[in-house]
Design a binder for this molecule. Structure first.
Ligand code: ZN
Length: 81
C-alpha cells in the first residue's frame, strides 16, 4: 500500500522505491523525483531523500520540532522546513 498525496488537484501514489509519483487514476502518468516537477512535488508532499544512502521517506504529518531520521541508516534527514 503506497502513500497517496494530492498535488495540483490530482491524487498521486508516492512510490519511494521507484522514486516517482504515479497518478492514481492513470498509472501510466508518472513524475520522477529527479525532475523539476518531481522536486516541487517532493517539497509539497514532504518527501525527502537521505543524502547518505539515498533512501526516500515521507515526512508530511511528522511533528515539525522532531528531527526526521532515515529509516535505513538513521541519518538525520533535513525536511526542508
Ligand atoms: Zn539513509
Amino acid at each position: 500500500m503506497l502513500p497517496v498525496v494530492r498535488l495540483d488537484g490530482t491524487a498521486w501514489f508516492v512510490d519511494l522505491r521507484l522514486r516517482q509519483f504515479r497518478e492514481t487514476m492513470n498509472p501510466h502518468n508518472y513524475v520522477d523525483f529527479d525532475t523539476v516537477k518531481g522536486t516541487r512535488f517532493c517539497q509539497q508532499a514532504g518527501v525527502v531523500t537521505c543524502l547518505r544512502c539515498g533512501t526516500s521517506v515521507v515526512v508530511s504529518g511528522s511533528p515539525l520540532d522532531e528531527g526526521v531520521c532515515c529509516v535505513r541508516c538513521g541519518w538525520a534527514v533535513d525536511n526542508g522546513r
